[in-house]
Design a protein. Sequence first.
Length: 219
Amino acid sequence: MTQHSGILLSTAYFAPIRYFSKLAVYPEIYLEQHENFIKQTYRNRTTILGANGPVSLIVPVEKGREQKIMIKDLRIAYDEEWQRNHWRTIFSAYNSSPFFEYYADDMEPFFRKKYDFLFDFNLKITETLIEILELDVELKLTADFEQIPDTCLNFREQISPKTHRISHDPHFIAQPYTQVFSEKFGFLPDLSILDLLFNEGPSAHSLLEECFQVKNSDQ
């Protein structure tokens, strides 16, 4: 463990493995609910591995007149049947994975029930995955923007699908595992937590911990 006991993260839709590796080791997690929504981030998208390569699944959000809207107030758009399309894509990608049938009943409800707000939707997903993965972590919501405890690392912008915005993270090293399409694409690191869960099942917890690297200077 590092000298920091907590970490500040943005909300995320079926967050990537690096995100969950933080949940696996930090006992205190703060989720930012007062920032303005930022497009093209994991706040409303996730990346899974399909038969033709990586696939981005994006949750559409309502576009208001205000360009800036607080993330906790951002509404999900249902003009398109994105929930059905997301689940069909996930089913197609992982129905042959070792643990898909085991966890499908826990995941499918998120693609049937309509949530009003993106933040609430993501929070319920993350809490469900924390329970499934048996992670000993407490989620806290920020009381105000920019109020970051001294013992807390700020990772709101550090975990991003935009390669040029992914800063060096000395505490994360992706650990390989067998993926459905490994023979075709080789190992692709840091996909959605769904990829790890459906492929590794109960072993996912220990693999998340192995991804977290402690440096000598942190001890």
